[in-house]
Each structure stands twice: as structure tokens, then as C-alpha cells.
Design a protein around this ligand. Sequence first.
Ligand code: AMP
Length: 506
Amino acid sequence: MNFADLGLSDELLKAVAAKGYDTPTPIQAQAIPQVLMMRDLIAIAQTGTGKTASFVLPMIDVLAHGRRRALMPRSLILEPTRELAAQVADEFALYGVNHDLKMALLIGGVQMGDQVKALRDGVDVLIATPGRLMDLFERGKILLTGCDLLVIDEADRMLDMGFIPDIENICTKLPANRQTLLFSATMPPPIKKLADKFLSNPKYIEVSRPASKNLNIAQFKVNVDARKKRDVLRHLLRTDNVTTAIVFCNRKTMVRELAKSLQQNGFSAGEIHGDMDQSSRIAELDRFKAGTINILVASDVAARGLDVKGVSHVFNFDTPWHPDDYVHRIGRTGRAGATGRAFTFVAPADEEAIQNVEKLTGGVIPIYDMQGGAKEAAAAPTSDAAEEQAETAPSKAKPPREKAEKAPREPRAPRAARAPREERAPREERAEREPREERAPREERAPREARVPREERAPREERAPRAARPPREEQKPRRDDRAPALSQDSDEWNGPVPGFLGVSAL
Ligand code: AMP
């Protein structure tokens, strides 16, 4: 099968060919025709399977027919992190090169100033993180009633980050007859519930992880006194043939301190964490990819899903609180045909956390002998096996997911994996953990008086008909549990576009 068999337009096929791809990946082969047929979709697929193009490509063709409307995005892609949102925007720009489509990126931490005009001209695709989108919506700064196509990407990650209530809220603001595509690496019960509620007769697609991930990662745990972690890390960085490494910490303060301390000790290290603005994060990542630095100290949210290949080592400077994060962290190495090594530092306070990791990965991780060097990691599961476990048996080692939803502000540390109270970080330091989502501070919000006069609003009759829609009788019946087509305040635009709303032409 090749891309031409999927029903994509010639312009799109040219863009795909220019990128150098001739054969669709399994998720692309299965998903693209369904999206073009306007079906709802549940796709169980991980990063690395080509899942992004599986929704970006058909979306471009669907959106090619139809008109942009001022202030009303025609489609919406929800991403859990800024980095993933930016990566999806890059793919849109790349594949949309032969189309006249406009997109807006709505994420925290980006100065967007003069892009506002483009939004006024109309946006075909809005790529957003849920918290920031809800902020704008709640202040009446954005209309979602023209969004006929919704993509919820990395839904399980959204769940981990406490975004499900926001997503439910957003779903109720969109037209009931929209098309919805849900992508997730796993299907825990709350995601299943979300899909049942907001998708209509979806096509279900599941693909296995890419072959390049079927590689062994030599995994070790290093028993270490908490105060000796930096010494041990430096020793391993110097002696274990490290070419490139990502060092994961559980707290942002630790990311900053450790990066600085490594630099002071002569290492070529950088940092990436949730407190950095978008441009600094991208710049740091580019330095790492270009080889300007070879050690990247990272937090989980900032690093999740990033397509950084060829990392020789992963160090878990802290045992992750959430066992799923272990699998995602070590998955940064052992990619693209290379073998990788993953070291997890285990201080006395990490005992429960490492037990949870081993429960999830289904094997005891061998202890690294600091005197005798590395023992072979025969007993350690491969990354593949670990990811399999993460997908099939997540509930065994984790607290109920619903808990994370109820306490979205700090969902990451499962109760069982937390250090005893006296060993826990003080409140201020706990605030250093990954943020749920950067919301706009109150003062950034536009005052109510600054509303756009009625005559500037897009008149109803100007709204474009949905392109390529199936005839009415083929459309999904409206579901009772969906929101009415217009919410109370939704057909008004009642404020200027805030400075942090970004729009760029493709
Ligand atoms: P994703 O799963 O969307 O994160 O994509 C993983 C990687 O696969 C990205 O670097 C894509 O550029 C690449 N990719 C996507 N589609 C194809 C394809 N049909 N053939 C080869 N590589 C692809």
C-alpha cells in the first residue's frame, strides 16, 4: 500500500513525497480513510507509530474545502503539553505547505502579540492545551461553535495530568454533530468512559508499537544515599561510555540545580522543565539535538513524547513516583536500532516507588555494582515488555485513575509511591513538581468592557457549510448527552483577542 491508495489529494501526496515518505505506517493506513469518511475514531497508538500524520493529513484535506470564519476555529487539536502541541503544529505546517490553511497555537508561555490579526482573519486549525483553551473560553474570548472536528491526542497522558474534566467541558462546547478522533497509548476506564460519552459510533483501531522499539535496554538500579546521588551520577557519566544522556528528576528545582552542578563540574549539560518558556525549551532541545550539549536534565512533562533519538543513556536521578513514567523515561534510549542503558537511582525513600515500577514492568531490575561495574541486565524486561506491561496491566500497580481526576492539581505521585510524610518535600517544594497547565494569570485577562461590538461578530449566514459532509441522513444522530449546538454564551464574541493567542499562516 502507498499513500496514493488512501484517498488523499494530490497536493497532500506531493507534500508527503517531499518529506520522503512513500509507505503509510499501519495507523496511517487504517485511520486516514476513516477520517476522510468523517467517522469518529478511537486509535490506540503510541508516539513513534506515525500517529500524528494519521490525523494531520486527512484533516488538511477535510479542511481544504470550506471557509475560514473570523474568530471561530474550524477544528481543534488538544495536546497535553506545549511541546507536543508545537510538534503537531510543525507537522501541520510541513504537510499543509500546498494548502491555504491557517493555524493557531494556543499554549502557555508563548508571546504571540501580532499574530492576533491572523486569528481575526479566521483560523482553520486551533492546536491547544486544555487548560489554556478553557481559560480563554471561560472569559468568552473564543468561540468553539464552529469546530466541526476535534482531535484529543495522548488521552491517557491527559488523564495523568488531570485534564479530563477540562476535556469534558470542552466537548460540551463544540457542536454535537462534530467528528471526534481520540488517540491514546492505553485505554484506562476513565478514557473509555470519555469515549463512550463523547464519540459516536467510533471506528476502533489498535496498532502495536513500532518495530524500532523492540530493542533491549539494559536496565539497572543503583542503590544510593540521597546525598551521594550527584557523585554517583558524575562517576557513571565519566565511566559508562555515555555519548548522550537524559537525566530525569522528579522536581523542577532539582532539574535546575543538577544542570548547574553538572556544568560546574565540566559537563556539557542543559535543562528542560515546565517553568521555562516555550522558546527556551525549544532552544535547549535544539542544542541537545545538534550535539552542542550532550546531557539534558529533564522533568517528565517537559520531556514526554519528544522525538529525541539516539540517546545512549537514561538516568533516573530520582525513581519516578508514577511507574508509567519509568517506562516513558527509559523509552528515550534504545531507539532506532541502538542499544541503550538506563540507570535508576534508588535512595531509601524510593523503596516503594521502585517496587511499583518493578510490579508494573514485571521483573526485578538488577542492581548495578558500583565496584565491579555493570552486571548484565538479564533479568530486566526489555523496553518492549515494559511497555506491554504498562499497556496491559496498569491498574495493578497504580492508584485508581479517578483519584487523579479528583485532585488534578497534583496528580502525579501515587499515594503508595510517596515518601513518608516526614521525608516529603515541604509544601513550596512540592509546588515545584510539574504544573498541571499554565493558566493565564488573572491580570492578563481582558476586561469585560473590552467587548467587540455586535457588528464585528461573524453573522450567522456567513458561516461556511461543513465541507465534505455526508448527506444528512448519514450523519450521526445527535446524542442527548452532548451539549446543545450553542451554549449560553457561545454565539457572542465578547472580548479582544488576548496577546497570548498565536496564529501563524501555514
Ligand atoms: P509520531 O508517532 O507521529 O510521533 O511519528 C513518529 C515519527 O515517524 C516522526 O518522526 C514522523 O516524522 C515519522 N513518520 C511519520 N509517518 C511516517 C511514514 N509514513 N514513514 C516513515 N516515517 C514516518
